[in-house]
Design a protein around this ligand. Structure first.
Ligand code: THU
Length: 137
């Protein structure tokens, strides 16, 4: 896994815990916080935002990534995701991560006490993935 210091890892988990508290989740009551480290060192957080028209809501990971990209940061160097149970990112979020991440990008799943439940990489959670290079025919 590429070099992510313990301090940076902790900072990402802390940010993800902060954003988890901001979840707008009146339907599922499942709170998710995400924090992505951008190439320029900025950290962008996101929370899950639900909607009474259910499919209009968005996952925390995509909120965080889209915030980073909207600010001009198209390279995601690491992501931490916090839920009550260290839950895994959904398939759609994995694919969106894949667009902006290297294969060895660290992916950290933690619970809401900050304990790391699982650590992997982009390629580890989405092997043999489809990405931008596949369209460079
Ligand atoms: N959720 C996320 O925020 N990220 C995921 O990767 C999985 C699911 C949210 C969506 C919805 O608000 C709630 O968790 C239950 O699915």
């Amino acid at each position: 896994m590429n070099g992510l210091t313990i301090e940076l890892k902790q900072a990402l988990i802390d940010q993800a815990r902060l954003y988890q508290k901001r979840a707008y989740n009146p339907y599922s009551h499942y709170a998710v916080g995400a924090a992505v480290l951008a190439e320029d060192g900025q950290v962008y957080g996101g929370t899950n935002i639900e909607n009474s028209a259910y499919p209009s809501g968005l996952c925390a990971e995509r909120v965080a990534i889209f915030r980073a990209v909207s600010e001009g940061n198209r390279k995601i160097k690491a992501i931490a995701i916090v839920t009550c149970n260290g839950g895994s990112p959904c398939g759609a979020c994995r694919q969106v991560m894949r667009e902006f991440a290297a294969a060895d990008m660290p992916v950290i799943l933690a619970n809401d006490e900050g304990d790391i439940i699982f650590e992997s990489t982009m390629d580890g959670i989405l092997p043999r993935s489809f990405g931008p290079e596949d369209l460079e025919i």
